[in-house]
Design a binder for this molecule. Structure first.
Ligand code: FRU
Length: 435
């Protein structure tokens, strides 16, 4: 799997579609959409493949897109990709529409594409659609002259006929050559453009992944369709594996984000287990002090687990999965190790410089960012460990790190530094793991 798609609430259930190659986990294939349904953002049930690449306009991929719920119908907007090997350009992205009334069976609109890619060649993709005061809006990822990434706004009165409206944001070179998976939403009185730019060069502690995901906060004027940034571009996560985010608004009014918990071209050692790629824990987004903060959805707290408190030594998880809560003296350095026989992930706090580092070892193992406990008080970290992943949330979610790791056997957690202690919720799952 890769990108999350069509993330929405339909008939009180959470639907998550995603980019999916059903034939092999060893290589990227022609994208289909996969589909899973959840009642709590945590337990998911797999559904039949809702969309195959079976039309002229999506023959080499039912690429990413989003959902709009209206009149008990789930409208799905997606990019149909067609490759033309050896030609210039070598691919075209069309925008297309499909729908479902039962949330499982999907019908593609017979007069697709709704935006013909031969007029917008070649890179215009990943439609995110919403409605505002009777007009439909679509934000799309694009590249100006294959050199400057940008996000374009289109609008429509009927979901079928779309007109170009404006450029919402454009790279001046420093934000890369292409924007993928743009999302644009109102949150806490501001507008947030969340997107995945390609081609940003590493700089200091920043931008060390192949591609980035981050956001710009600003104000949006619907009468002029202009987005006026009030923040810089900020990475949403600081780990190795976090890309192609998508958000939805749930029935409680929460803005929830989910990301592909992987990165292109990594070849992680999971294909032999029958899968490649996974999703992050869904996280609730808020704007606090002009910055996006993210917290794992509260439903994650309902996972059954054995609570083990105040560990000073070490703790071995029963089944490689658990929630670790650290509370330490924010004035002192601190180190936590998450280790197996073949890999050790070290998460450390450098109190003098106010930095958090996650080091998973190997080449390019280090990711680091600025962070200090609020008011220089207690250091509080919440860490979710799963069979191949670590998600670290610092403080109230000001900073997160999402990184994959591949422990060969039991996972043990231990600490160094201070008289601090950590607590573990040891999650013994009944779910079978691939062998
Ligand atoms: C992002 C992306 C999207 C595209 C999809 C194809 O990871 O490249 O731009 O729609 O993946 O699978």
């Amino acid at each position: 799997m890769n990108d999350p798609n069509g993330f929405c609430i339909f008939n009180n259930e959470v639907h998550l579609f995603y980019q999916y190659n059903p034939y092999t986990s060893y290589e990227t294939g022609i994208a289909h959409w996969g589909h899973a349904i959840s009642k709590d953002f945590f337990h998911w049930e797999h559904q039949p493949i809702p969309m195959y690449p079976d039309q002229w306009y999506d023959a080499t991929g039912v690429f990413s897109g989003s959902a709009l719920i209206e009149n008990n119908t789930m409208y799905l907007f997606f990019t149909g990709n067609v490759n033309y090997p050896g030609e210039t350009p070598d691919h075209i992205n069309h925008q297309a529409l499909a729908w479902s009334t039962d949330g499982v069976n999907v019908t593609k609109y017979e007069n697709n594409p709704i935006i013909n890619g031969s007029l917008t060649m070649p890179n215009l993709r990943d439609p995110k659609v919403w409605e505002y005061e009777g007009t439909y809006y679509m934000v799309l990822g694009n590249s100006l002259n294959e050199t400057y990434g940008r996000a374009l706004l289109y609008s429509s009165n009927d979901k079928i006929s779309w007109d170009y409206v404006s450029v919402i944001a454009q790279s001046n070179g420093s934000l890369g050559y292409m924007f993928e998976c743009p999302d644009f939403f109102e949150l806490d009185g501001k507008y947030v453009l969340l997107f995945s730019p390609q081609g940003i060069e590493p700089s200091g502690d920043k931008y060390h992944n192949l591609y980035q995901t981050g956001y710009i906060i600003g104000d949006f004027d619907y009468s002029t369709h202009t987005f006026t940034p009030t923040s810089e571009f900020v990475e949403l996560d600081h780990g190795h594996d976090f890309y192609a985010t998508q958000t939805t608004l749930d029935n409680l009014g929460r803005r929830i984000v989910i990301a592909w918990f992987d990165m292109w071209e990594q070849n992680y050692p999971e294909a032999a287990d029958g899968f490649t790629g996974t999703m992050t824990i869904p996280r609730e987004l808020r704007i606090v002090n002009g910055q996006l903060v993210q917290k794992p959805v509260v439903e994650i707290g309902n996972i059954k687990g054995k609570q083990v408190s105040a560990i000073k030594g070490k703790y071995t998880l029963s089944n490689k999965a658990g929630e670790v809560n650290v509370v330490a003296d924010g004035r002192k350095d601190f180190k936590l190790y998450i280790a197996s026989s073949n890999v050790t992930v070290t998460i450390s706090y450098d109190a003098a410089n106010g930095k958090v580092t996650l080091d998973r070892g190997g080449s390019d193992g280090v990711r680091r960012t600025d962070w200090r406990p609020a008011g220089r008080g207690q250091l509080k970290w919440k860490i979710f460990v799963d069979a191949s992943s670590i998600e670290l949330f610092c403080g109230e979610g000001e900073v997160s790190f999402s990184s994959r790791f591949f422990p060969a056997d039991a996972v043990t957690i231990y600490q160094r530094g201070g008289a601090s202690v950590f607590k573990v919720r040891d999650i013994v799952r009944s779910m079978p793991r691939p062998t």
